[in-house]
Design a protein around this ligand. Structure first.
Ligand code: C5P
Length: 285
């Protein structure tokens, strides 16, 4: 038996825009995504000689074949035509679920990266990212990491220059959002707001944190905030603590603030932690 270890890093959407609805039910997106240090730990035992198992320290995480990490292992071994002779996946979770932080996708991506390495790299990282789109729209980004522009379902990726270093305060309100439901509500919304993706790309090119932070934004945020004004409340606390930019990530409900100094991010976290689960994080580039 061999034990593999891998970090599963969370994702933030620096910008998230919806360009339109497609015939297959999905939406065409345009999103600048950033990998951050908030992470789950993944351990995989290969060749256990027993049935496949998934163990997780959080009770509400599915511990069976419906878990994206299990699906990722299944897809990987099917695609290389090999039987791993028994597999156990252990997940130590820190990334909150249904938060827009791609926690489940990050776990799946970490499983793919670890197994690909273990099997002698049958796939390049780009091939692995392409394969992983079968598991979910966010998985390819989690395989590649860094800073990327995602289009299509979010799975067509272009690597960008690294985001300037900064500190994030992330706050998780007490409600979670169903992604398909939110897309439906978005389609029915009468007015929409759109982030300036071009401005974000230019700011990243110029490696200018102030401008990057000034361009964060999420087209889905007003739809969520209309029902859950906590989003704006959190952003307001973060701004008062000196955040250079704030936005909801993905389909929510987590909200982040970008800070150029750790003590300001920590101050925001301290002010918010009585009411919300909070995290401090940095970029993974
Ligand atoms: O691909 P994934 O399983 O992560 O998507 C979850 C759901 O989110 C989809 O079933 C769909 O309803 C919605 N979605 C969408 N357009 C996207 C990505 C997700 O409508 N680009």
């Amino acid at each position: 038996m061999t034990t593999l270890q891998e970090k599963a890093y969370a994702k933030l959407n620096l910008t998230l825009d919806i360009l339109g609805k497609r015939d297959d039910g999905y939406h065409d997106l345009e999103s600048v995504m950033q990998q951050i240090t908030l992470c789950d730990d993944i351990e995989i035992d290969v060749e256990t000689g027993e049935d496949w198992k998934l163990e997780c320290d959080w009770e509400d995480v599915p511990a069976d074949s419906t878990n994206l990490a299990w699906k990722a292992a299944g897809l990987f071994y099917k695609s290389i035509g090999k039987d791993p002779q028994g597999l156990t996946i252990r997940i130590t979770k820190r990334i909150p679920m249904q938060a827009g932080l791609a926690g489940g996708s990050a776990d799946a991506a970490a499983v793919l990266r670890a197994l690909n390495r273990h099997e002698g790299e049958p796939y390049t990282i780009w091939e692995l990212a392409r394969l992983s789109a079968k598991i979910g729209s966010d998985v390819p980004f989690c395989v590649l990491g860094g800073t990327c522009l995602g289009t299509g379902r979010g799975e067509k990726l272009e690597q960008l220059l690294p985001m300037p270093q900064c500190f994030y305060c992330i706050a998780m309100p007490d409600f979670s959002v169903s992604t398909p439901e939110l897309f439906r509500e978005y389609d029915e919304a009468e007015t929409t707001w759109h982030p300036d993706t071009k401005g974000m790309l230019k700011s990243l090119d110029q490696h200018d944190l102030l401008h990057v932070a000034g361009h964060v934004g999420n087209t889905m945020e007003p739809v969520v905030n209309a029902k859950h004004p906590e989003i704006e409340e959190i952003k307001s606390v973060m701004r008062d603590c000196g955040a250079l930019g704030t936005a909801m990530t993905g389909s929510g409900s987590a909200v982040y603030g970008i800070f150029d100094a750790f003590d300001m991010a920590a101050m925001a976290s301290m002010q918010l932690m009585e009411k919300y689960k909070t995290f401090l994080s940095r970029n993974v580039n």
